[in-house]
Design a protein around this ligand. Structure first.
Ligand code: SF4
Length: 496
């Protein structure tokens, strides 16, 4: 084979892109994704920045790219004129009119937007909020910026965006870093256990577990309606004929109470419509007795929810658990006999799996098309989330109440050994800020991920995007200097 000729790659890279893929009309604004990169990397004449109404603008931090629904950047630090700096979100659009056209003005997720960054404005165009026009502020011609920034990932933060702790953390040997993260994870476990204990004092251990599980199944968008349904499990399980309801019956009750039972058949999908007919046969008799606590459909946020996390499917799973006599009682028994972490993980995953459910193994939702192949109602990744966020903290809380001191040690040991959870946007952001993008210590375990999240909550949430006033870098520096061995704690802090 011929060697690669000199300059080959560069020539190919510089060749004009396919005209069908790239809009070349000069009057067309650049793609929004390029504008986001220009903002993220602040490729602007920063000293000349001012809002459209003439107030000087200082960008102390452009914010962190938001990979989810909502504004493009979160937690920017901005100073308008002589005012004190404010933390808020930033939305990037080509024109000011997009703010209303895209419905941002009616979307509560955009409530904290402090700055609208746009490419250009039209004469007399109405502005809904402080607006920065990019076109006259670029620090280089647009084509150059496109060439330099076009291939960068928005999540590839400039080095200066790393947290102030990333440098000191990078100096820690991997074993010390892992031990520090484990300690933070231990704090997280203890705090979650304390919350379970407090709730159990009010409602009992079993009910506190249902509330924890339902809340976790709501993920971030539907935590509160799920929590409310968990509070209604007594009503769901009550039966005039005193027989335990079957999983299907509980599914119908939960979905009806949730306001998520469609009242019309699809008329296109026989399997879905048959399920709905059977469901309505039960629900029409039961609904009058629970009209006082049935949720409105508007309590749910379904837009932007991944199909696997759709509340209909998650309630179907929870119904199986509720239908199993003394389902909650199996977990203390599991912990008592758990010795080898690997076996314990496999047993827990088996214990969380529901019995067969032909409909839900083939559908994400009640009205959607059938899946190409059957999928279990609960995947391994979700089982890990439930283990580290709910079951192990709940068991640790029960152990703390004196059931058996050996349980506490076991619950902690399993927690520290549990396999890693699936990566997600929050973990990626945490790793970029804290670890500067460096790989996780190996082997990666859920406890290391939980530790990073705890630091995010304890330190990042108390500071700002520039890490002002954060004590964590000092904590790491002192650890690196060997002060950890002497047990020296910072003034005012109490070791947990
Ligand atoms: S706020 Fe503190 S913990 Fe968070 S990234 Fe900055 S220095 Fe690190």
């Amino acid at each position: 084979m011929q060697p690669c000729p000199p300059g080959w790659y560069e020539r190919w890279r510089a060749a004009p892109r396919d005209a069908t893929l790239r809009e070349t009309d000069a009057s067309t604004p650049p793609a929004e994704s390029l504008l986001q990169r220009i903002w993220a990397h602040q490729r602007l004449r920063r000293e000349a920045m001012a809002t459209f109404d003439g107030r000087p603008l200082i960008v102390l931090h452009p914010g962190f790219p938001n990979p989810e629904a909502g504004p493009d950047f979160r937690d920017a630090l901005l100073q308008f004129g002589a005012e004190s700096p404010v933390t808020g979100d930033v939305e990037v659009d080509t024109r000011p009119a997009a703010w209303r056209q895209h419905g941002h003005d009616r979307n509560p997720a955009f409530r904290n937007v402090r700055l609208h960054v746009v490419w250009s404005t039209r004469p007399a165009e109405a502005l809904a909020l402080p607006t920065l026009v990019l076109e006259p502020l670029l620090d280089a011609p647009l084509e150059q910026l496109e060439d330099q920034l076009g291939a960068t990932e928005l999540s590839e933060f400039p080095a200066a965006w790393r947290g102030a702790c990333a440098g000191p953390l990078a100096l820690l040997p991997p074993a010390t870093l892992a031990a520090l993260l484990e300690q933070a994870a231990g704090t997280r476990l203890r705090l979650k256990a304390a919350r379970f204990a407090a709730r159990a004092r009010q409602v009992g251990w079993t009910q506190s577990l249902w509330e924890g599980l339902f809340t976790a199944l709501g993920y971030k968008h539907n935590v509160w309606p799920m929590r409310r349904l968990a509070e209604l499990t007594d009503r769901v399980l009550s039966d005039p004929e005193t027989r335990p309801p079957a999983p299907f019956e509980i599914q119908v009750r939960l979905l009806g109470l949730a306001g998520l039972l469609p009242d019309q058949p699809t008329r296109r999908r026989a399997e879905n419509d048959a399920w709905l007919r059977r469901a309505w046969d039960l629900w029409w008799r039961w609904q009058a007795g629970v009209a006082d606590c049935t949720l409105p459909r508007s309590a749910w946020r379904l837009h932007g929810t991944r199909p696997a996390n759709h509340p209909q499917r998650r309630l179907a799973l929870a119904a199986h658990w509720l239908a199993t006599p003394d389902w909650a009682g199996r977990w203390p028994a599991w912990l008592r006999t758990a010795e080898d972490p690997r076996r314990a993980v496999a047993e827990l995953e088996r214990g969380l799996q529901p019995g067969p459910d032909p409909f839900w193994e083939r559908h994400w939702t009640l009205t959607g098309a059938p899946l190409a192949r059957p999928l279990p109602l609960l995947g391994a990744a979700r089982a890990t989330d439930l283990a580290v966020n709910v079951l192990l903290p709940w068991l640790r809380a029960r152990a703390d109440t004196g059931a058996d001191p050996a349980w506490t040690v076991k619950a902690e040991r399993l927690y520290l050994a549990w396999p890693a959870a699936q990566d997600n946007a929050r973990l990626r952001l945490a790793r970029t800020r804290l670890l500067g993008g460096r790989p996780w210590p190996r082997p990666l375990r859920a406890a290391l991920q939980q530790g990073v999240l705890q630091i995010l909550g304890d330190f990042c949430a108390a500071s700002n995007a520039r890490c002002d006033g954060c004590r964590f870098p000092e904590c790491v520096r002192r650890l690196a200097a060997g002060e950890g061995e002497s047990g020296t704690a910072p003034t005012g802090a109490s070791p947990s």
